[in-house]
Write a protein that binds this ligand. Structure first.
Ligand SMILES: [Ca+2]
Ligand SMILES: [Ca+2]
Ligand SMILES: [Ca+2]
Ligand SMILES: [Ca+2]
Length: 167
């Protein structure tokens, strides 16, 4: 019976390894051509309903591209700036969101598939307001829920793991 000597075995193992390293290097080169220049476009500015203290990104109108929502402290509102699909944002559509918005979060609170907005109301209200998405990026009047002193941030999650999202 022919038996491979340990050294031959090691040689073939080395060769196999070298082969896979070469393949790896080749695929890395193919995946990221070193000569491709990275160009950053000049920043563009889109305005909400100033001053906007908070911003969140999500596909508000469910057309596949990410839109921007701002929370507007002085205007007591949120602004929805829809993405035209090429990274340009449209004029802000403003929706009342309760007094002195300092933070916002997006999530499907009512489980109908679209992103709703939760906004914190801070200056005198100490509440969070929920604005429901009508499916195309329009929002209902805010419904406020009292919370503790001066909420300055908000997070959404299914804290009790029963499906629906809590604030
Ligand atoms: Ca969108
Ligand atoms: Ca769009
Ligand atoms: Ca929803
Ligand atoms: Ca909805």
């Amino acid at each position: 019976m022919l038996k491979k000597s340990p050294s031959t075995h090691r040689e073939s193992f080395k060769l196999k390894r070298r082969g896979s390293w070469l393949a790896l290097a080749a695929s890395a080169l193919l995946a990221a051509p070193a000569a491709a220049p990275v160009e950053l476009a000049a920043p563009r500015t889109f305005e909400g309903d100033p001053p906007a203290l908070a911003a969140a990104v999500g596909d508000i109108d469910r057309d596949g591209d990410p839109d921007v929502v701002t929370g507007n402290f002085t205007a007591d509102s949120i602004s929805v700036l829809k993405n035209d699909g090429s990274g340009n944002l449209g004029a802000p559509a403003n929706f009342g969101a309760g007094e002195s918005v300092t933070a916002i979060a997006l999530g499907d609170l009512d489980g109908d598939g679209d992103l709703d907005v939760v906004a914190t109301n801070t200056f005198t209200s100490y509440s969070v307001s929920v604005l429901k998405n009508n499916g195309t990026g329009g929002f209902s009047a805010p419904v406020a829920f009292a919370v503790g002193d001066e909420p300055e941030s908000v997070a959404l999650g299914d804290f009790d793991k029963d499906g629906p999202i809590q604030v």
